[in-house]
Design a protein. Structure first.
Length: 118
């Protein structure tokens, strides 16, 4: 069934003609196909979620957890400062700040016992 008559719409001051076209038989919606996960796949996914939660609990129980929370604020402030330096042509300071941030990030990821002197 082919419809050649256009449908007129009035959108405020705009007058547009939109041609109506019926759905062709090839464009009909087909039923969705679902792939069910096997028990092994579901188990693997749950184990990975469990590992993530264990590592999160471990991070929260670290003795230096308050320090790690403050590092986020320091990194944000230093990134802003680094951008200001770059905007005003002080790439030397920008490079120093970025190197410091990298070192700080590396030290924050290491365990606190490995960073203490013996």
């Amino acid at each position: 069934m082919k419809v050649d008559t256009p449908i007129e719409t009035n959108l405020g001051s705009m007058d547009k003609r939109i041609a109506a076209t019926p759905l062709s038989p090839t464009k009909l919606m087909t039923k969705r196909e679902y792939n069910r996960r096997t028990d092994a796949e579901r188990l693997t996914e749950l184990e990975s979620q469990l590992e993530k939660l264990k590592s999160k609990v471990q991070q929260e129980q670290r003795s230096d957890a308050p320090v790690l929370k403050e590092i986020k604020k320091v990194k944000t402030a230093l990134n802003k400062f680094s951008q200001i330096c770059a905007d005003h042509g002080r790439t030397d300071i920008t490079n120093s700040v970025m190197a410091f941030l990298h070192t700080l990030d590396h030290q924050a990821k290491s365990s606190p016992s490995s960073t203490q002197p013996r």
